[in-house]
Design a protein around this ligand. Sequence first.
Ligand code: FES
Ligand SMILES: [Fe+2]
Length: 371
Amino acid sequence: MHLNGSTFNDLRQVGIHPNFWYPVARSVNVKSGKLFATQFAGEPIVIARTAQGAVFALEDRCAHRQMPLHLGVLEDERLKCGYHGWCYGAGGRLDRIPYLTEGGKIPPEARRVRSYPCREQYGLIFIFAGATAMAEDVPLPNLPEFQSAEYSTMYFSREVGCHYTFMHENLMDMNHQFLHRRLMGGIQPVLLSHRAGDDWVEAEYKFEGGKQHPGADLLVMGGKGERQTDRDYELMTVRTDYPYQNLVVYRSHSTIPTIRLWAAYVPIDDEQRRNRSFGLLMIRRPKVPGLLMLARPLIRYFAQSVFYQDRLAVEAEQRAYDSQGADWNHEVSPVLLELRRVLAERGISRHEATTQHGSPELPKRVAEARQ
Ligand code: FES
Ligand SMILES: [Fe+2]
């Protein structure tokens, strides 16, 4: 796919590649012995947490009459459909039809529902929506700060009415500081360098001048006064490692992240025009114990205000796209142009992404991804 060359394909028609681990729920929202309904790119998924605390994920559609399984109940680690009580095991196999009479036959297509590899990490529940056989070989994101006692993590999760690629562009694009001028004053980002590979893009920025909201100053308290290097400015790196993003800030003279924001944007609907954005904001603790605890409400207020402004912008972009029927983006930033290339090359065409469930026209690449 060539976005910047002569053949232009519409980035907003590119489906996210399913062969990755995507968060679909926060752990705290999936209670023991309960079912939780979610979605990945139009595929309804039910997450179940057994009384013992284990999680598993199934297609949220009963093989009998397509009743959503999340309306059922969990009984002895099995999911019982709420309509006629068909029972499924964690692997999606139909174990039992309570009223099946002797000699009654179960059609082969009704003997199971799809199950998704499912893992719990970082307070999130991840599913692997692509080729199940590949799940073992694809790593979950690596977030060393999350495990470290030196950091405290704040969660953000909400639905945003836009294609996931708008989210990627928004975070990588520090030139939209103007949108946040009320919160960030006259701070000016300066692009220092950028690099890109097949499935990644990274940009380094420094910030000059201006006062900002106190929440922004409190956010970067950790590591103040350290001297590990001569760099006398705060450094920010923003990196897309398809399909995730990381924004990391280092204080001047410090080589240890003062914050790391990890983000994933998970398409909800078939057309991928809505996404659920998950963010983990890992904040390095300042030396004074308890200070971060006190600062948390102000930090959260600041982060949510920034996100609110970003959401206004990306949802407006989606509306413009919908009314114009095409991507009229005229990008000038070299970082964003690289990012658009990565997103286009790594994704799958939305036509492929939506032609699913064994349709005869299923393109080979998608069929493999969804086997
Ligand atoms: S629809 Fe699920 S048991 Fe009938
Ligand atoms: Fe922003």
